[in-house]
Write a protein that binds this ligand. Structure first.
Ligand code: FIX
Ligand code: ZN
Length: 418
């Protein structure tokens, strides 16, 4: 039996991991950011940081004026109100508030002055291309997956016209309207020349596949993607299950890309909050089990929103190698829950997981989302290596580097390539 690790060995492992991690570049596998070619769709700067829907939801806990009044204000005024409610009238301790401060601090601004106008002035000096590189550098991110929807009327014409792509951005084909709102999507597809009908028969299914293939050719997506409500059931008689089984899964199999499922979002619990009005609910994961078991040639990238679903999801991943877990999504991206989830994932499925994505909607958010997540992931990994030391197993620098690379994008790439 080897002797227990000495305190120097424990602290040495922590500093070795931190040092090696500092050199690892991240592949951010799900964001709402855009290649600069998409112009105004790429949000950045202090006002967009402040009107982020996470902060809108928190501000309304303090606002005493009507929802409509807020939505009728110009963006700068909305940002002023949020700044006042969340940073001046109260200490900014929530994760999303702390995030704004982490970002500004990393950019070299003195947050302690509490001077919003000075911050606005500082941002005016930047051009988007330089700022993009700066944010990616400060976040340690080298590649970004976008969320690309053919159903978005601003985005679609840009794809149709064509543009020269920034090699740091990858596409993700988002298909929520197709799977979740079939009746309203039929006339849209028909208007684009696809011969589809509300009643889903063979002809409609092959036309949906043609639609998906056309967009895959345009975008070269890393995966197709949909978010699902807690009520999602598979199999079932509804349009969602039918289109999934007979059009989307065969398409993904043919093109060789995974289908990403983001499960457990209750859309528009409070529509007056707009984008900030979505909630969470527990999903019956036997539907996911049925998909993984029934479609072994398909690959599923999955994140679930409810904390209560996390353990069952890990157990499913132990049973199905065509299931890859990713991210601590949205309401789970707070240190208390993401640390617990990451620890549980590493304990149940080792390093065959992508512990985090940023879900950034505003470019600058890459900085805080990744600084916070990177520190959390490293902390959990160090704990695990320290436990290994107790057994006499010493990880080498090369092994640490390999493991970190897997957690920050390598495991995702390997899963996609399988
Ligand atoms: O469906 C999604 O991709 C969600 O991540 C978003 O739509 C959501 O609004 C969000 O920004 C969560 O972080
Ligand atoms: Zn998202």
């Amino acid at each position: 039996m080897s002797s227990p690790p000495r305190p120097q060995q424990l602290s040495a492992i922590a500093s070795r991991v931190e040092k090696i991690a500092a050199g690892i570049k991240i592949l951010d596998i799900h964001t709402h950011l855009y290649d600069p070619a998409f112009g105004e769709l790429l949000l950045w700067g202090i006002d967009d940081l402040l009107v982020y829907h996470y902060l809108v939801a928190e501000s309304f806990r303090y606002f005493d004026f009507p929802y409509e009044k807020f939505w009728s204000m110009p963006k700068t005024e909305q940002a002023n109100r949020i700044w006042d409610a969340l940073f001046i009238q109260n200490s900014p301790i929530s994760e999303a508030c702390r995030g704004v401060l982490t970002t500004l601090n990393a950019l070299g601004l003195d947050v302690n002055k509490r001077d919003l106008e000075a911050v606005r002035k500082w941002f005016k000096q930047w051009k988007v291309d330089d700022y993009l590189s700066r944010c990616m550098e400060l976040a340690g991110v080298e590649r970004i997956c976008m969320t690309n929807s053919p159903f978005d009327n601003v985005e679609r014409p840009i794809w149709e016209k064509g543009f020269s792509r920034d090699s740091r951005f990858e596409a993700g084909l988002r298909i929520d309207p197709l799977l979740l709102d079939w009746q309203n999507t039929v006339p849209v597809l028909a208007g684009w020349g696809y011969q589809v009908e509300p009643t889903i028969k063979q002809r409609t299914l092959s036309e949906v596949r043609r639609f998906l293939s056309d967009w895959a050719e345009r975008m070269h997506p890393r995966y197709a993607m949909v978010s699902l409500a807690p009520e999602f059931k598979f199999p079932s008689d509804g349009a969602t299950a039918l289109l999934l089984e007979k059009a989307v899964l065969p398409f993904c199999d043919e093109v060789g890309i995974p289908l990403a499922l983001m499960m457990g979002v209750k859309r528009q619990v409070n529509p007056k909050l707009a984008l900030a009005g979505d909630g969470v609910g527990q999903t019956d994961l036997s539907s996911l089990q049925n998909l993984c078991a029934g479609f072994p040639n398909n690959k599923f990238l999955v994140t679930v929103l409810a904390r209560e679903n996390q353990h069952e999801l890990c157990v499913l991943a132990r049973k199905f190698r065509n299931l890859h877990i990713f991210g601590c999504w949205w309401f789970t991206n707070v240190p208390e829950i993401s640390t617990e989830m990451t620890r549980m994932r590493l304990e149940l499925i080792g390093l065959s997981v992508t512990p985090q994505h940023s879900d950034a909607r505003v470019l600058d958010q890459l900085i805080y989302k990744w600084r916070h997540s990177r520190a959390m992931i490293i902390k959990v990994l160090i704990e695990k290596y320290e436990e290994l030391l107790q057994t006499g197993w010493h990880v080498t620098d090369a092994e640490i580097e390999r493991d970190l690379k897997n957690l920050f994008g390598g495991a995702f790439n390997q899963f996609c390539a399988r």
